[in-house]
Design a binder for this molecule. Structure first.
Ligand code: IPM
Ligand code: MN
Length: 352
């Protein structure tokens, strides 16, 4: 199959980990007879440095013209500590999500047996954890009206959702639950927020009319944050709004022992973007210590999106083998001495 892929390495460790994902994709293409064509473009701080814009039009055009977007990481400390900065790298990511209509962010959280001892939680609690978050990605407080008073002493961000925005992601989340253990947990703050009450109403209606074979549970987000630490293996599919999903997915991401292991997919009606959950880790850039596995698994999610299930499984099997053999970067196996490219080589060679 022929596929056109937009590759946006981004900032910090982004370029290093993207390089490993491409290494792996090239091996998959050769082995399974596919033709992957890559077009590189800039997004984030690197794009601001070159053009003044976090998402240059050329990058958006390349992305709109591709079958999928593979994205590394975004962010640079020189913008983080300046609340007055006019442009920020993160605006590039928010803008591309909006422009491509990527309303659902899918973040699987799975523990690897070989790494259970790495978890900050007790092994018996994390064992068997395997859930997937469906985070709304183009609405809510992230995109609501922002206000700053003239004297700059009062500010607000509107959290607004429409029925349609809730319905379209809910359909995907219910369908995902059906293919898994059939449990959907809606995480919200319906005891306080009107927008959360709308989520509950709409999700309950869909459940009654179309998905009553799925077990539907509700959790307030504060309780959910606690439950994720107490018993993360109780979750199957989690459905939640943009900000709650942002927070809870970082919490979920460390359960398995390293945030460097978890991929994500952002999908809409027409386009899809694949990126690791972690950020740009600027302190680690250029040192060969960045874990490429989350990026490589994001490439695997892209192949699943292309209906290349066997190819995707070849990647996930090779990743499992790497971890089972102690082949990973120092934050996972401090004694191992494997660099970013060593890990990519091991995975690529095992697929070949
Ligand atoms: C994420 C990130 C982004 C978000 C930032 C970089 C804008 O934290 O993908 O979770 O908040 O959505
Ligand atoms: Mn986040």
């Amino acid at each position: 199959m022929k596929k056109q892929i937009a590759v946006l390495p981004g900032d910090g460790i982004g370029p290093e980990i993207v390089q490993e994902a491409i290494k792996v994709l090239d091996v998959v293409a050769a082995k399974f007879g596919h033709d992957f064509n890559y077009t590189y473009a800039d997004m984030g701080a690197i794009a601001i440095d070159k053009t003044g814009e976090p998402l240059p039009k050329a990058t958006l055009d390349v992305s709109l013209g591709s079958d999928a977007v593979l994205f590394g990481a975004i962010g640079d400390p020189k913008y983080d500590n300046d609340p007055n900065a006019k442009v920020r790298p993160e605006q590039g990511l928010l803008a591309i999500r909006k422009a491509l209509g990527l309303f659902t962010n899918i973040r699987p959280v799975k523990t690897f047996d070989a790494l259970l001892h790495q978890s900050p939680l007790k092994e018996d609690r994390v064992k068997g954890t395997d859930f997937v978050m469906y985070r709304e990605l183009t609405g809510g407080i992230y995109f609501g009206e922002k206000k700053l008073s003239a004297d700059k002493n009062t500010a607000s961000d509107l959290c607004q959702y429409t029925r349609g925005e809730i319905e379209r992601i809910s359909h995907l989340a219910f369908a995902a639950a059906r293919k898994r253990r059939n449990i959907l947990t809606l995480i919200d703050k319906a005891n306080v927020l009107e927008s959360s009450r709308l989520w509950r109403r709409v999700v309950t209606e869909l459940h009654q009319t179309e998905y009553n074979d799925v077990e539907l549970r509700f959790l307030f987000v504060d309780n959910a944050a606690m439950q994720m630490i107490l018993a993360p293996n109780q979750f199957d599919v989690i459905l939640t709004s943009n900000l709650f999903g942002d927070i809870i997915s970082d919490e979920g991401s460390v359960i398995g022992g390293s945030i460097g292991l978890l991929p994500s997919a952002s999908v809409g009606e027409k386009y899809a973007l694949f990126e690791p959950i972690h950020g740009s880790f600027p302190q680690g850039a250029g040192k060969g210590i960045a874990n490429p596995i989350a990026m490589i698994l994001s490439a695997a999610m892209m192949l699943t999106h292309f209906d290349m299930d066997t190819e995707a499984k070849a990647i996930t099997d090779a990743v499992d083998l790497a971890l089972a053999n102690g082949v990973c970067t120092p934050e996972v196996f401090p004694e191992g001495n494997y660099s970013t490219s060593d890990v990519g080589d091991f995975i690529a060679n095992n697929i070949a």
